[in-house]
Write a protein that binds this ligand. Structure first.
Ligand code: SF4
Length: 448
């Protein structure tokens, strides 16, 4: 047995979980439980290595079948064609854990007793490339950076927070955190696209520090392709953690001013605004959400930049298409504080078209994490149940983001079915999309 075979058999990372229907893997007889030992004679280090190795017209796949038999199979295929193998461990390696101790870490502020997966602090460039996770680049060695470049792992999303080395060391509580500009520059110089995120904390990295960070990062444009500035999230679980404040209305306005002035400057120089405050800043500052042009194709949507604008515009477009009518109906919806005024506006516009459709929008306060947390994605079943207690409902529309992406389970581990039983009514989920929102209300309100 070759050395690589022993390695893999012992760590089981390369075990096949299932095979796609109609794929090459199915055609050659691979099945769940088999192990991929090597490709072209080389051990596979992780999923990136695997993808790189199969991007060839001819490959030699070395397999250990689950009965122990060893197969070497030559495959001819298109370069881009996938083999259709899904592994038990999607990364084909252990996840790299974060080595920071950020003073604003949200995971440190979670209540105890939640499911284990919610406490995982990953900081892995492979997950940044594959899933868009944000990484700090504090745990990467020179060879890791070289590998990102060699395998063209682009784009990479980086949590910068500040480019001031001393301040970054303090914020991340990591003595290796100061070299951020050098590390990002290495990537951008080598044509890796980087999206940056700045978690702003009042009195710490806003104001002049934020201007400095934007100035430094702007020198790396265009490969440093966009920047989101998001406010720090604070829960009620900060015992033994440094004291941090949330943004006041005035402080939020100042961040918007700094960011928008910088974006104007970038527009003049490059025709692209490049940096955006997240929606939360406009809500805290009680300012209008900008028009869609401001978001320039929404490059930082996943960071909460432009969600409300895009939701509202999608809903308005759908509203223009619905015929309107006199049908009677009623609908109950739940939401959190931040999106509530946007939803109220839309519901009032919908009522103009359907005057006999009544709505009851329940705005749920987040007592679970604390009332400073106002986004729908962090609502829990416990708060919903407590705040809807005593009412009778024909059905309730809830935001899909309250549930796990892959399963209908809330953050506090309640299934959609449990929720239906406890509220004695059907629960309908709605995606974070304005057109779906309008369609769901009509579907449930008029026919439910
Ligand atoms: S990088 Fe910082 S914020 Fe992210 S998980 Fe690690 S400690 Fe928490």
């Amino acid at each position: 047995m070759k050395p690589y075979e022993l390695d893999i058999i012992h760590n089981q990372m390369n075990t096949i979980a299932d095979i796609d229907n109609g794929s090459i893997a199915e055609e050659i007889g691979l099945e769940a439980g088999d192990q991929v030992l090597a490709i072209n004679g080389k051990q596979i280090l992780d999923v990136i290595d695997y993808r790189y190795s199969i991007s060839n017209e001819e490959i030699l796949l070395s397999i250990q079948k689950k009965d122990g038999e060893l197969w070497d199979i030559e495959i001819e295929k298109d370069v881009e064609e996938d083999l259709g193998i899904n592994f038990l461990s999607p990364l084909l390696d252990n996840q790299k854990q974060c080595t920071n101790n950020c003073i604003f870490c949200f995971i440190d502020q979670m209540p105890p007793g939640m499911r284990d997966s919610l406490y995982i602090k990953d900081d892995d460039s492979r997950l940044s490339f594959l899933q868009g996770n944000y990484i700090t680049l504090t745990n990467v060695k020179e060879e890791d950076l070289k590998r990102i470049v060699e395998y063209k792992l682009s784009p990479i999303n980086v949590s910068v927070h500040t480019t001031n080395p001393e301040l970054r060391v303090k914020l991340l509580k990591n003595r290796f955190a100061g070299e951020i500009l050098e590390r990002i520059s290495y990537l951008t110089k080598n044509r890796i696209t980087v999206n940056a995120q700045i978690v702003a904390i009042p009195g710490i990295n806003d104001g002049a520090e934020l201007e400095r960070t934007l100035e430094d990062l702007s020198n790396l444009y265009p490969n440093l392709s966009s920047v989101a500035v998001v406010p720090v999230g604070i829960t009620k679980y900060r015992e033994n953690l440094p004291t941090l404040n949330i943004f006041t209305k005035e402080e939020a306005k100042n961040v918007i001013d700094v960011v928008c002035q910088f974006s104007q400057k970038m527009k003049k120089m490059h025709g692209f605004g490049w940096v955006y405050p997240s929606d939360e800043f406009f809500l805290i500052a009680e300012e209008e959400i900008p028009e869609s042009e401001f978001y320039e194709g929404y490059p930082q949507y996943e960071n909460g930049v432009g969600l409300l604008r895009s939701f509202y515009d999608e809903a308005i477009e759908e509203l223009e298409n619905v015929p309107g009518g006199e049908e009677k109906g009623s609908v109950t919806l739940i939401t959190s504080e931040y999106p509530s005024s946007c939803l109220k506006n839309l519901l009032n516009l919908l009522q103009k078209k359907y005057p006999n459709l009544n709505y009851d929008l329940k705005v749920i306060t987040n007592s679970f994490f604390g009332n400073t947390v106002k986004v729908a994605g962090l609502l829990t079943a416990k708060d919903v149940l407590e705040q809807l207690k005593g009412g009778t409902y024909d059905g309730i529309i809830v935001p899909r983001v309250m549930f796990r992406q892959d399963k209908f389970i809330t953050l506090d581990d309640m299934t959609l079915k449990d929720l239906e039983e406890k509220l004695s009514c059907p629960i309908y989920t709605v995606e974070n999309n304005g057109a779906s929102f309008i369609r769901k209300i009509l579907e449930v309100g008029l026919n439910g």
